[in-house]
Design a protein around this ligand. Structure first.
Ligand SMILES: CC(C)(COP(=O)(O)OP(=O)(O)OC[C@H]1O[C@@H](n2cnc3c(N)ncnc32)[C@H](O)[C@@H]1OP(=O)(O)O)[C@@H](O)C(=O)NCCC(=O)NCCS
Length: 145
Protein backbone atom coordinates (compact mmCIF):
# COMPACT_ATOMS: atom_id res chain seq x y z
CA UNK A 1 0.00 0.00 0.00
CA UNK A 2 1.71 3.17 -1.14
CA UNK A 3 1.40 6.52 0.58
CA UNK A 4 0.61 8.11 -2.78
CA UNK A 5 -2.86 6.54 -2.48
CA UNK A 6 -3.59 8.42 0.75
CA UNK A 7 -5.65 11.62 0.70
CA UNK A 8 -5.92 13.83 3.77
CA UNK A 9 -9.02 15.93 4.42
CA UNK A 10 -10.77 17.76 7.29
CA UNK A 11 -12.97 15.55 9.44
CA UNK A 12 -16.69 16.38 9.38
CA UNK A 13 -19.33 15.77 12.08
CA UNK A 14 -20.63 12.94 9.88
CA UNK A 15 -17.28 11.15 10.43
CA UNK A 16 -18.25 10.18 14.00
CA UNK A 17 -17.98 6.44 13.38
CA UNK A 18 -14.56 6.66 11.73
CA UNK A 19 -13.24 9.01 14.39
CA UNK A 20 -14.52 6.80 17.21
CA UNK A 21 -12.84 3.76 15.66
CA UNK A 22 -9.56 5.57 15.12
CA UNK A 23 -9.49 7.12 18.62
CA UNK A 24 -10.01 3.62 20.01
CA UNK A 25 -6.58 2.84 18.57
CA UNK A 26 -5.07 5.11 21.22
CA UNK A 27 -6.07 2.58 23.89
CA UNK A 28 -9.04 1.72 26.06
CA UNK A 29 -9.05 5.07 27.88
CA UNK A 30 -9.81 6.75 24.57
CA UNK A 31 -12.66 4.55 23.38
CA UNK A 32 -15.82 6.42 22.56
CA UNK A 33 -19.03 6.00 20.60
CA UNK A 34 -19.77 7.34 17.11
CA UNK A 35 -22.42 9.68 18.56
CA UNK A 36 -20.03 11.11 21.14
CA UNK A 37 -17.24 11.40 18.56
CA UNK A 38 -19.59 13.31 16.25
CA UNK A 39 -20.48 15.68 19.11
CA UNK A 40 -16.79 16.21 19.86
CA UNK A 41 -16.12 17.01 16.21
CA UNK A 42 -18.70 19.81 16.50
CA UNK A 43 -17.25 21.23 19.72
CA UNK A 44 -13.51 20.53 19.70
CA UNK A 45 -11.04 23.39 19.49
CA UNK A 46 -8.69 21.07 17.55
CA UNK A 47 -8.49 20.97 13.78
CA UNK A 48 -9.00 17.31 12.89
CA UNK A 49 -7.89 15.63 9.67
CA UNK A 50 -8.51 12.13 8.37
CA UNK A 51 -6.21 10.14 6.09
CA UNK A 52 -8.33 8.34 3.52
CA UNK A 53 -7.39 5.30 1.45
CA UNK A 54 -10.09 5.46 -1.25
CA UNK A 55 -13.24 5.72 0.92
CA UNK A 56 -11.60 4.15 3.98
CA UNK A 57 -10.47 6.30 6.91
CA UNK A 58 -7.06 4.90 7.91
CA UNK A 59 -5.65 7.61 10.15
CA UNK A 60 -6.42 10.70 12.19
CA UNK A 61 -4.29 13.69 13.10
CA UNK A 62 -5.51 16.61 15.22
CA UNK A 63 -3.62 19.88 15.59
CA UNK A 64 -3.93 23.11 17.52
CA UNK A 65 -2.00 26.32 17.99
CA UNK A 66 -1.22 28.71 20.81
CA UNK A 67 0.76 31.91 21.23
CA UNK A 68 2.36 31.67 24.68
CA UNK A 69 3.49 34.88 26.35
CA UNK A 70 6.92 33.43 27.14
CA UNK A 71 7.67 32.59 23.51
CA UNK A 72 6.67 35.59 21.44
CA UNK A 73 5.70 33.42 18.49
CA UNK A 74 3.07 30.87 17.63
CA UNK A 75 3.45 27.24 18.64
CA UNK A 76 1.78 24.35 16.89
CA UNK A 77 0.72 21.23 18.71
CA UNK A 78 0.05 17.75 17.46
CA UNK A 79 -2.87 16.89 19.74
CA UNK A 80 -3.38 13.31 18.54
CA UNK A 81 -2.16 11.05 15.79
CA UNK A 82 -3.25 7.48 15.19
CA UNK A 83 -3.19 5.03 12.32
CA UNK A 84 -5.58 2.10 11.92
CA UNK A 85 -3.93 -1.02 13.31
CA UNK A 86 -3.73 -2.92 10.00
CA UNK A 87 -2.25 0.11 8.23
CA UNK A 88 0.67 0.79 10.58
CA UNK A 89 4.19 0.97 9.15
CA UNK A 90 2.97 1.79 5.65
CA UNK A 91 3.87 5.47 5.80
CA UNK A 92 0.41 6.80 6.76
CA UNK A 93 1.69 8.37 9.99
CA UNK A 94 4.57 10.00 8.11
CA UNK A 95 2.17 11.39 5.47
CA UNK A 96 -0.17 12.79 8.14
CA UNK A 97 2.70 14.29 10.13
CA UNK A 98 4.12 15.99 7.03
CA UNK A 99 0.66 17.31 6.19
CA UNK A 100 0.14 18.58 9.77
CA UNK A 101 3.54 20.29 9.87
CA UNK A 102 2.89 22.02 6.53
CA UNK A 103 -0.54 23.14 7.79
CA UNK A 104 0.96 24.54 11.01
CA UNK A 105 3.76 26.23 9.11
CA UNK A 106 1.17 27.99 6.94
CA UNK A 107 -0.48 29.24 10.15
CA UNK A 108 2.82 30.83 11.15
CA UNK A 109 4.00 28.30 13.70
CA UNK A 110 7.74 28.20 14.23
CA UNK A 111 7.86 25.43 16.81
CA UNK A 112 5.87 22.20 17.06
CA UNK A 113 5.22 20.35 20.30
CA UNK A 114 3.43 17.22 21.35
CA UNK A 115 3.13 15.05 24.40
CA UNK A 116 3.09 11.29 24.48
CA UNK A 117 2.53 8.85 27.31
CA UNK A 118 5.72 7.30 28.59
CA UNK A 119 4.67 3.77 27.64
CA UNK A 120 4.19 4.58 23.93
CA UNK A 121 7.68 3.52 22.89
CA UNK A 122 6.70 2.81 19.26
CA UNK A 123 5.21 6.29 18.93
CA UNK A 124 8.35 7.79 20.47
CA UNK A 125 10.45 6.12 17.79
CA UNK A 126 8.05 7.47 15.18
CA UNK A 127 8.37 11.02 16.57
CA UNK A 128 12.16 10.80 16.59
CA UNK A 129 12.06 9.55 13.00
CA UNK A 130 9.93 12.63 12.20
CA UNK A 131 12.58 14.96 13.63
CA UNK A 132 11.22 15.49 17.16
CA UNK A 133 13.41 15.31 20.24
CA UNK A 134 12.31 14.74 23.85
CA UNK A 135 13.07 18.09 25.51
CA UNK A 136 10.66 18.41 28.45
CA UNK A 137 8.95 16.46 31.18
CA UNK A 138 5.19 16.78 31.30
CA UNK A 139 3.39 16.96 34.67
CA UNK A 140 -0.35 16.51 34.85
CA UNK A 141 -2.96 16.03 37.56
CA UNK A 142 -6.70 15.93 37.85
CA UNK A 143 -8.74 18.57 39.65
CA UNK A 144 -11.43 17.69 42.17
CA UNK A 145 -14.83 19.29 41.82
C1 LIG B 1 2.68 6.16 15.98
C2 LIG B 1 1.91 5.93 14.66
C3 LIG B 1 0.93 7.10 14.45
C4 LIG B 1 2.89 5.85 13.50
O1 LIG B 1 2.17 5.71 12.29
P1 LIG B 1 2.66 4.71 11.13
O2 LIG B 1 1.82 4.94 9.94
O3 LIG B 1 2.66 3.32 11.68
O4 LIG B 1 4.16 5.18 10.89
P2 LIG B 1 4.96 5.23 9.51
O5 LIG B 1 4.75 3.96 8.76
O6 LIG B 1 4.61 6.47 8.78
O7 LIG B 1 6.44 5.28 10.05
C5 LIG B 1 7.37 6.30 9.70
C6 LIG B 1 8.68 6.00 10.39
O8 LIG B 1 8.54 6.14 11.82
C7 LIG B 1 9.28 5.09 12.47
N1 LIG B 1 8.35 4.22 13.18
C8 LIG B 1 7.00 4.22 13.10
N2 LIG B 1 6.47 3.31 13.97
C9 LIG B 1 7.52 2.73 14.56
C10 LIG B 1 7.63 1.70 15.55
N3 LIG B 1 6.56 1.11 16.10
N4 LIG B 1 8.87 1.33 15.95
C11 LIG B 1 9.98 1.92 15.43
N5 LIG B 1 9.93 2.90 14.50
C12 LIG B 1 8.71 3.30 14.08
C13 LIG B 1 10.05 4.36 11.37
O9 LIG B 1 11.29 5.03 11.19
C14 LIG B 1 9.15 4.57 10.18
O10 LIG B 1 9.82 4.47 8.95
P3 LIG B 1 10.05 3.01 8.27
O11 LIG B 1 8.76 2.26 8.38
O12 LIG B 1 10.42 3.36 6.86
O13 LIG B 1 11.13 2.38 9.07
C15 LIG B 1 1.12 4.57 14.71
O14 LIG B 1 2.01 3.52 15.02
C16 LIG B 1 -0.02 4.53 15.72
O15 LIG B 1 -1.16 4.85 15.39
N6 LIG B 1 0.27 4.10 16.98
C17 LIG B 1 -0.79 3.91 17.98
C18 LIG B 1 -1.34 5.23 18.47
C19 LIG B 1 -0.28 6.06 19.14
O16 LIG B 1 0.49 5.62 19.97
N7 LIG B 1 -0.29 7.36 18.76
C20 LIG B 1 0.58 8.35 19.34
C21 LIG B 1 -0.04 8.89 20.57
S1 LIG B 1 1.07 10.00 21.44
Amino acid sequence: MGVNRIAIRRAKPTDGRAVAELLGGLGKDFRTTPVKAARRLRTTTDTVFLAMSAQDPVGLVAVNTCRPVHAGHRYGRIMSIVVRQDMKRHGVGRAMMRFALAHLRRLGCRKIELTSRVYRSGAHRFYRAMGFAATSVRFSRTLGR
